[in-house]
Design a protein around this ligand. Structure first.
Ligand SMILES: [Zn+2]
Length: 366
């Protein structure tokens, strides 16, 4: 058994809600965060059949990739499919949680899973997001620096790429005068005090700013902590849309497409002409990725695999890049397995099941 809020907190550490796109509606769509969850179903989509399945197996939570409530609902009408599902979920006390573009925008998410299945190495995001991190500067009296440093690390600050516990410090002298009514840790009221301090600097994720500052306050001896938050324009290879990496060994194009078809079970792959004879550098974007075609071209991808492409998208010159649509559901289907393995690893004694329902609404007449 697990509190819903613990599961949510964990999922939002993996894929912070602040990383979702502006049009998205990820997060808890219905449910009491204090409720206890014994069983959950994971599915790419919520359908009537998935909801029925959850009721039958007595699951208290459904985790989906695509948020069933996407556009604002003005009335809960029994004639509307989304409303009907929401009403039923409420009646049956089944919480619904969506982890969508926030999971698309971390490299260990949807695209990382596709890359693993393809065996891509040297993976980086295709279109890095900006403004995901800030610099935190804190001024700390010399003997307390380690405590504050550890508090920032424990709260999730100081991580750069595959490195943690990253910080920089420089020594200096701080001055302050405690005024009437204050309660200084050191120095006398009404007299200027000089203190040997260290200036500590960290990179922190924007979404953790409030909790990290709280930990700084808790671990710092001063009544009033002096700190700066500095906006950064840095982009990071792990945060953003799509991904690009290399195949272990370059592959003839037809063979590559055959591999993709077999790994993802795509009934058909739609693609532009085959003029690239060999594929080595592969860009991917699970689901609708046409907005990243130019990113893939500019990064020199031999192939860009995505979904939901329309006629005109395929006019990408084939000598520049193979562009292939291998199906929306097909591209994202392993997202359920990814969510299940993440949740199971964190909460080993908790039932997380993949839906037995095939939710792909697209069928192919061959
Ligand atoms: Zn999708």
């Amino acid at each position: 058994m697990q509190k819903l809020k613990d599961i949510i907190n964990f999922l939002e550490t993996v894929a912070p809600l602040s990383l979702q796109e502006g049009y998205d509606n990820s997060g808890l769509l219905y449910g009491d965060p204090e409720s206890n969850i014994e069983k959950t179903i994971v599915s790419l989509d919520l359908t009537d059949a998935v909801l029925e399945e959850a009721i039958n197996i007595k699951a208290q939570l459904i985790i989906v990739h695509h948020p069933p409530v996407f556009k604002p609902i003005k009335r809960l009408s029994h004639y509307d499919q989304v409303s009907r599902m929401v009403i039923k979920a409420i009646q049956e006390h089944i919480a619904i949680y969506a982890i969508h573009t926030n999971l698309d925008n971390v490299i260990w998410g949807v695209n990382g899973e596709i890359a693993n299945r393809l065996g891509l190495k040297d993976l980086m995001v295709l279109s890095p997001l900006s403004n995901t991190h800030q610099k935190l500067i804190v001024y700390v009296p010399a003997l307390h620096t380690e405590k504050v440093r550890n508090a920032v690390f424990a709260a999730g600050g100081g991580a750069i790429g595959n490195y943690s516990d990253c910080s920089f410090s420089s020594k200096g002298i701080g001055t302050f005068k405690a005024n009437e009514g204050s309660n200084p840790w050191t120095g006398k009221i009404g007299e200027r005090n000089e203190e040997a301090e260290e200036k500590l600097e960290f990179l922190i994720p924007v979404h953790l700013q409030a909790s990290i500052l709280q930990e700084v306050q808790n671990s710092h001896p001063y009544e009033t902590v002096a700190y700066d938050i500095v906006a950064l324009n840095n982009q990071f290879h792990e945060i953003g849309g799509g991904a690009i990496g290399r195949l272990n060994t370059p592959m003839p194009t037809e063979l590559f497409l055959k591999e993709v078809k077999s790994i993802f079970g795509s009934a058909v792959i739609r693609h532009n002409g085959i003029e690239k004879r060999e594929i080595s550098k592969v860009a991917i974007c699970g689901g609708a990725g046409k907005s990243l075609i130019n990113n893939a071209l500019s990064k020199g991808a031999d192939a860009f695999l995505t979904a939901d492409l329309s006629y005109h998208d395929f006019f990408v010159p084939p000598f520049k890049m193979l562009l292939a649509d291998f199906g929306h559901f097909e591209s994202e289907q392993f997202t359920s397995e990814l969510i299940i393995s993440l949740v199971k690893e964190k909460f080993p004694n908790f039932a997380v099941l993949k839906t037995a329902i095939q939710t792909n609404p697209v069928h192919y007449f061959l």
